[in-house]
Design a binder for this molecule. Sequence first.
Ligand code: UT7
Length: 324
Amino acid sequence: MNAVKIKSVGAYLPSNIITNEDISKLVETNNEWIVERTGIKSRRISKGEDTSSIANKAAKIALDRAKVKGEDIDLIIVATLTPDNFTPSVACIIQKEIGAENATAFDINAACTGFIYALEVGRSLMAVGRYKKALIIGAETLSKIVDWSDRSTCILFGDGGGACVLETSDSKEGIINSYSISDGKKGETLIAGAVDVNNPFIEEKVEKHKYIKMNGREVFKFATKSMTSSIEKVLENTEYTLNDIDLIIPHQANLRIIEYAAKKLNLPLDRFYINLEDVGNTSAGSIPIALNNAFEEGKIKKGMKIILVGFGGGLTCGSTLIKW
Ligand code: UT7
């Protein structure tokens, strides 16, 4: 089995900043409530850029940093729940944009855990020798599916994306282990409908809920449990324990969820990288954006042991253990 390492990262956020104050002009809410319950102060909202455009900008930064050309990439996986189209996939659009003529390209959807799942799929395919250089992206334009009249959800989400270049490696560094699990029984707690089944042969049409609808308290419960269990699970059967971990990069959904996990695991909060204050929850974009920002801030050094951990719609959760 080949070892697989993250060669580079990149991220892109739309420039348009929407503050809590701005949102309080749309729905009955206020900055104090949002900051106290979530830790979020602002988020970036697209002024027309779709997911492929966001993903493309993040991907190009990662490719430049890796000094890898599009034609050298043989696998592209994009994690998103807000693709531009049903087809072509965002991954195929990226393939065209970067000239990755030799690549297999496809999207996956595991909502906010998408990037973790995409890393796991990419790494597994590379480990068995099928691919050598991959581009793994998590990107969203959640503002397309946010119900801007629902104060319990529209305060949470933002647009953006992040990417990384994966490479097979001879050394022991790289992705050490990954863990994932899903719980479809709880799917109804966080939904966003696609198109309705509508054709000339239907007698009774059933309309789906088109925008994000969430039972916040139920998702919160799942999030706190799954964050801690995913961190513990990814360390199982490895030579590492929680004490060896230098940095945890969690899905950026709510500061209270991260604080709860830190307390439960008996870790100081500064062991967790947090950027939700001015990014908000960007679903599949969240973890790669945080990974990129931590890298740019010099918080990631060679040899560090890092855990990426996420949870979200599906419901889904998972984690990745990396030796940088
Ligand atoms: O990526 C994964 C997806 N999602 C998550 O991780 C979200 C997980 N859940 C959460 O983060 C939290 O549940 C929320 C931030 C969504 C909500 O916080 P909460 O502390 O669970 O609040 P709540 O839903 O229990 O609502 C408390 C009160 C309610 O009023 P009453 O019924 O007590 O009078 C809400 O109507 O706060 C009210 N409320 C608001 N008030 C001002 C709900 N949203 C707002 C708002 N501004 N934006």
